[in-house]
Design a protein around this ligand. Structure first.
Ligand SMILES: Nc1nc2c(ncn2[C@@H]2O[C@H](COP(=O)(O)OP(=O)(O)OP(=O)(O)O)[C@@H](O)[C@H]2O)c(=O)[nH]1
Ligand SMILES: [Mg+2]
Length: 557
């Protein structure tokens, strides 16, 4: 470019646009003139007060918009700058233009559609529209000769912003105040597995208080190291997020710290992965000292490797859902202080575990058999403990209701008793950091004389869940323990038979295959076969277990 041309471009920065106009006639003419002379597209980004924030020169067919760091979106729904640029051959707004509009959330995008004559051109504009349940997030207007173009820009953009805000508050899809997420899985596993896993991610999201707007599965030949998702796909996701008014993306796969950063930079959405979701749920659920220490430890260990590198956006990284997790102040401490904290927590955990160990020793010494109930999260473990012992352990139809083991005594006839313990639920791909921290809790399983592996047989993923639990038991070196497989929630089977006959048949087949006992943990009357089996296992002399009734000795706490 000639220096005179550069000067002309620089002078554009001194121009002002009236707030009521998209662009003035004079300025548009000057742009057309320069653009035709240099044979490149020319764009200006204009702020709300009418200042020229950037002058951008492209090539013949397109233009690259710079990072708009000085105009952060933050909580705003629109960027606060509009793009006016030239199209040398009078082309209409391109897909790239509309993608920029959507991704950058520009106030408006305008193309000056030039002809050979710098004084005669048309203008075409497009702007975002409020989230509308899956339709296009923008609206493109027809071209009009520039001289006929007449839009009160100030009024237009203010109204648009207000409507968008109102739409968001009404939160048509999910209640407001909640996070609204799009779930994403990028995997090379078979489609069926991906669907199963994302179904579970939905449950986890529900438990964590994240409303699920949509799910996206991509099975690429190769992973894109930067975004995990392919570039095209991630743009699709962003547009979807705009359409539905999403606040967060939840990935089913573990993301590297760098990936979290690039994705959240590109999308300006909160980005979390499955591990973080689970950590978040654990953080909410921990009530006892033990549980709290373990969760904080796990969170810090998860955070540590994510602290390296420049400009880590803490709020996005560890904000979790609604900003729980280690508090802001704790996050400001440097790695060293975190390391100290980890060491401190580990000591504390050790002390707590010493206490646990002594309690365990007492039990072992007393020679009372110990039964531990294990199983996938939500299988009904706590319910079973409650019903068997008539106690009130917290149960809920959410994942990970129980985070600490709790033990109860269970009496059998003839003054016989066992200790029965409830444990934290298992889940596939438990975050590594959590696995470590919760090993302490699960250590108690080593003392168990019998594991009762409880299964929710109404769950469509029942077989997979059995396998997952077995895998984790193997990891804990517990495969050799005597184990009793018990199918729970049999009261739900008639419904399953009606709703999904195939799944029902599968359950029947599994029951036969494993010779499993079936019960309804919530219904005491159905526990008889289980009680009988337990009694047989521990006291071989018992010929027959008698059902609890008026004239019998009852099993009770
Ligand atoms: N229909 C039916 N629901 C049951 C039965 N047993 C448990 N539930 C329900 O299943 C849900 C989970 O029960 P919990 O006892 O909390 O399950 P858990 O295995 O302890 O779960 P975590 O502690 O999260 O691992 C609750 O809503 C229970 O009411 C049953 O026999 N039939
Ligand atoms: Mg429980």
């Amino acid at each position: 470019m000639k220096s005179s041309q550069v000067k002309r471009l620089e002078r554009l920065y001194r121009r002002r646009v009236k707030p009521g106009e998209v662009v003035s006639l004079e300025l548009a003419r000057e742009m057309a003139d320069i653009s035709l002379e240099i044979r490149r597209q020319l764009g200006i980004l204009v702020s709300r007060i009418g200042e020229i924030a950037y002058v951008v020169v492209g090539d013949e067919r397109g233009i690259m918009i710079p990072a708009l760091d000085e105009y952060p979106l933050g909580k705003r729904l629109l960027r606060g700058v509009r793009l006016v640029h030239t199209h040398l051959k009078g082309e209409v707004l391109s897909d790239d233009d509309l993608t920029d509009l959507s991704l950058l959330r520009l106030d408006l995008i305008a193309a000056l559609q030039l002809t050979q004559n710098p004084d005669r051109f048309s203008i075409q504009t497009a702007a975002l529209v409020p989230p509308n349940g899956g339709h296009l997030p923008y609206q493109v207007e027809p071209s009009v000769p520039f001289l006929k173009y007449d839009l009160d820009f100030k009024g237009f953009v203010e109204t648009l912003e207000q409507t968008m805000e109102r739409g968001l508050k009404e939160g048509k899809v999910v209640a407001s105040g909640q996070e609204r997420g799009i779930l994403i899985s990028v995997t090379q596993r078979p489609m069926e597995e991906a669907v199963d896993s994302i179904e579970e991610l939905k449950e986890l999201s529900r438990t964590a208080g994240v409303g699920v707007l949509d799910t996206v599965i991509q099975r690429p030949k190769e992973f894109n190291p930067r975004y995990l998702l392919g570039e095209g796909k991630i743009r699709e996701v962003v547009i979807k997020a705009l359409q539905y008014g999403a606040t967060m993306l939840v990935f089913d796969q573990e993301l590297s710290p760098a990936q979290v950063r690039s994705i959240s930079e590109l999308t300006e959405l909160k980005v979390i992965d499955r591990s973080q979701l689970i950590l978040d749920i654990f953080a909410r659920r921990a009530t006892t000292q033990d549980g709290k220490v373990q969760v904080e430890l796990a969170q810090l260990k998860y955070l540590m490797p994510r602290l390296s590198g420049r400009g880590v956006q803490m709020s996005r990284l560890m904000g979790g859902i609604g900003g729980r997790g280690p508090g802001e102040t704790k996050l400001e401490v440097d790695r060293r202080r975190i390391r100290d904290r980890i060491a401190h927590l580990e000591r504390e955990l050790k002390e707590l575990s010493n206490g646990r160990y002594q309690r365990r020793q007492k039990r072992v010494k007393a020679g009372i058999p110990i039964i531990s109930i294990v199983g996938y999260t939500n299988a009904g473990k706590s319910t079973l403990l409650n019903t068997m012992t008539k106690s009130e352990v917290f149960t809920e139809d959410l994942l990970f209701a129980t985070l600490d083991t709790s033990s109860r005594r269970l009496r059998f006839p003839m003054d016989r008793e066992v200790i029965i313990t409830d444990t934290v639920g298992f889940i596939r791909s438990l975050p590594k950091s959590l696995m470590g921290a919760f090993k302490a809790t699960l250590e108690e399983l080593k003392d168990a004389d019998l594991l009762v592996h409880l299964v929710d047989c109404s769950n469509p993923r029942v077989e997979e869940q059995i396998n997952q639990v077995n895998t984790i038991l193997a990891e804990l070196e517990l495969s050799q323990k005597p184990t009793l497989l018990v199918f729970n929630k049999m009261d739900l089977l008639p419904d399953l038979k009606k709703g999904d006959p195939l799944a029902f048949m599968k359950v029947r087949q599994l029951t036969r295959k494993y010779g499993a006992i079936t019960i309804s943990a919530s219904d005491r009357k159905t526990l008889e076969p289980l009680m009988k089996e337990l009694q047989q296992r521990f006291w071989h002399d018992v010929e027959d277990y008698r059902a609890p009734g008026e004239n019998h000795e009852e099993f009770e706490e």
